[in-house]
Ligand binder design. Structure first.
Ligand code: ZN
Length: 124
């Protein structure tokens, strides 16, 4: 009588597992290690996004010393501004769209320029 068993290997340490067919780990230790690594990757991913958002905010702040500013796209890119990441979008009644990184937002103008505002001072 043939049982569906065969060679299964722990997905953490790769040693052969004995016992039930649906076992994925040789031990609790390996299960924990595997899950900790997954969490570490997730945390790293989140940390990278947070860092990008914070850098974006810092860059906007730098071009917006008095709560309002104007900057060319190239200046933002030079500072490694990342347009893919923002915390929220604000649409004005006039149909303008501001992209915010926390309390600093930018609005696309003509000629690849951007208006920068600090929330609370020019946008209520
Ligand atoms: Zn193992």
């Amino acid at each position: 009588m043939v049982e569906e068993q065969g060679n299964r290997n722990c997905i953490e340490c790769a040693i052969e597992i004995e016992g039930r067919v649906d076992k994925r780990f040789c031990s609790d230790y390996c299960r924990n290690a595997y899950n900790n690594n997954l969490n570490r990757d997730a945390n790293k991913y989140i940390r990278n996004i947070n860092n990008t958002l914070r850098r974006n905010r810092k860059i906007l702040e730098g071009f917006c010393p008095n709560g309002k500013g104007k900057v060319h796209k190239d200046e933002l890119l030079f500072e490694r501004f990342n347009f893919d990441y923002y915390t929220n979008v604000y649409k004005t009644k006039a149909g303008l769209t501001y992209f915010f990184c926390y309390d600093y937002g930018y609005l696309s103008l003509d000629d690849e320029k951007f208006a920068i505002v600090k929330r609370g001072e020019y946008i209520k």
